[in-house]
Design a protein. Structure first.
Length: 90
């Protein structure tokens, strides 16, 4: 599995969310609404989720193992850091 495209939308509002990201896998499959969040221990990603009837949030799409999650997170956070260096669009 290769992540072939990463699109970062920076968030400038107050709060812990820093960006919303879409990734393309193998030029064939897209996952939208991955969040970059500032936590107590630094940045991390949250996969897209929806609220269930019991009030809990459940991931809609997510990696099955920790190695894949770490790879996706590394690629997204690297892309986010690059996006921070780009000038703001008007």
């Amino acid at each position: 599995m290769q992540i072939t495209d990463v699109r970062v939308r920076k968030i400038t509002k107050e709060g812990k969310m820093r960006a919303i990201v879409s990734i393309t896998i193998d030029d064939e499959f897209v996952i939208h609404d991955i969040k970059v969040i500032e936590g107590e221990k630094g940045l991390f990603i949250a996969m897209p989720s929806k609220k269930a009837t019991d009030g809990e949030y459940r991931d809609i799409a997510h990696p099955i193992n920790s190695v894949t999650r770490e790879n996706i997170q590394r690629i997204i956070l690297e892309s986010y850091e690059k996006a921070l260096l780009e000038p703001e669009e008007e």
